[in-house]
Ligand binder design. Structure first.
Ligand code: NAD
Length: 366
């Protein structure tokens, strides 16, 4: 397994591999860039079938966090961690505590939050052994409702705002009544996105590998059930992938019938060239790291004591950022993903090391 010459390495500042035989923990922490501040990003638990698959995932996700935080104008760097294991079978408190000890040994260069396969209680268990976890503080959320620290509601709201901006740009409409949207993955983010869309009058199609998640959206939101095979290819206005990455690829793009792709999943493009492929097909792609920044914005403010209104206003600026990306893309006749990358690079390359917030301002007390 290559590391420094790995195709996704992209000059990561730091990689650490952690193994704890007693608890069965095998984890990788990747810190991509800390020029804007300490690296903050989710800790994902997933049953990777190989070490190579886990390494590739953590490198791609970690780099994405640098771009996401810079684009959202947050004083944070980019990092991510993965735990190799099935969250439904292998997760124990001892395993999470071992992860917490590892995070503590990194001294706050990396701060972990929730991601697929981990939740607020897991992060709290890690927090028994480290200050360097976030997304766990109970407070009034950006929407004025009680929050346990879970960033998913803010991610879903930001995705909804970004989807609205994409609809306005592509279809010239602000009213979502009757808008047809297909959502792949009805988990923490996908279900809440479906709620916002339902409230705005949209017509929904949903698919999730877990039957119970899908049934909830069908029964409670009146969504129509779709299948694994057709969810991305329905004759809808918008496809919103909210499950996993790399779903925009050589096979899927020619079959898309929607004219907008706007979803929360990270790393939607299987390869950077798929950005141009979408543009050539006349499909407006809302870059994933721009539209799904609501969660990192929410977690950033957790320790600053900002008011819910401040957090909400920052999340809502996702719509402005996307509109700027879409306009620049039109003017330059270049794909939206490339434009978003350049905007982010301008923002994190300008910063010098140590210019961001000190780690202790962001770390949680556990
Ligand atoms: P989640 O695990 O709660 O939900 C994901 C859902 O997708 C689950 O219900 C799962 O059953 C389903 N799923 C998995 N594989 C599928 C497939 N092949 N087809 C259809 N459904 C499938 O995760 P989440 O927190 O809702 O996050 C969703 C996506 O958004 C992830 O890619 C995550 O990295 C990204 N994201 C989440 C946040 C956040 O705040 N939670 C922030 C930014 C990005």
């Amino acid at each position: 397994m290559n590391v420094f010459s790995h195709p996704e390495f992209d000059n990561h500042e730091h990689l650490s591999f952690f193994c704890d035989p007693e608890t069965g923990l095998k984890a990788i922490v990747a810190i991509h860039n800390t020029s804007r501040g300490p690296a903050l990003g989710g800790c994902r638990m997933f049953p990777y079938t190989s070490d190579e698959e886990a390494l590739r995932d953590v490198l791609r996700l970690s780099r994405g966090m640098t771009y996401k935080s810079a684009l959202a104008n947050l004083d944070l760097g980019g990092g991510k961690s993965v735990i190799i294991g099935d969250p439904r079978k292998d997760k124990t408190d001892a395993l999470m505590q071992a992860m917490g000890r590892h995070l503590e040994s990194l001294g706050g260069q990396y701060i972990a939050a929730e991601d697929s396969g981990t939740s607020v209680p897991d992060l709290k268990v890690m927090g028994q052994h480290t200050r360097h976890v976030a997304g766990i503080a109970a407070r009034t959320g950006f929407d004025g409702k009680p929050s346990n620290g879970d960033p998913s509601p803010a991610t879903a709201y930001g995705t909804f705002i970004g989807l609205q901006a994409a609809v306005q740009h592509k279809l010239g409409r602000t009213d979502l009544t009757g808008l047809k949207v297909a959502i792949q993955g009805i988990g923490n983010v996908g279900y809440r996105l479906a709620q916002h869309l339902k409230h705005a009058g949209a017509e929904l199609w949903v698919y999730d590998i877990h039957e119970d998640n899908m049934r909830r959206a069908v029964e409670q939101l009146g969504a129509k059930p779709a299948t694994a095979e057709d969810i991305l290819y329905l004759p809808v206005d918008v496809v919103a992938p909210c499950a996993m990455g790399a779903v925009l690829n050589d096979d899927s793009i020619p079959q898309l019938r929607a004219t907008i792709v706007a979803g929360a999943a990270n790393n939607l493009l299987a390869h950077p060239r798929h950005d141009a492929m979408l543009q050539e097909r006349g499909i407006l792609y809302a870059p994933d790291f721009a539209i799904n920044a609501g969660g990192i914005i929410d977690v950033f403010y957790e320790r600053t004591g900002a008011t819910p209104d401040t957090v909400r206003a920052h999340v809502e600026r996702i719509g402005d950022t996307l509109t700027e990306i879409f306009n620049r893309s039109d003017r330059a006749a270049r794909p939206t993903g490339a434009i978003a990358n350049e905007l982010a690079e301008e923002r994190f390359q300008k910063h010098t090391a140590g210019a961001g917030l000190a780690p202790e301002r962001l770390a949680c007390a556990g």
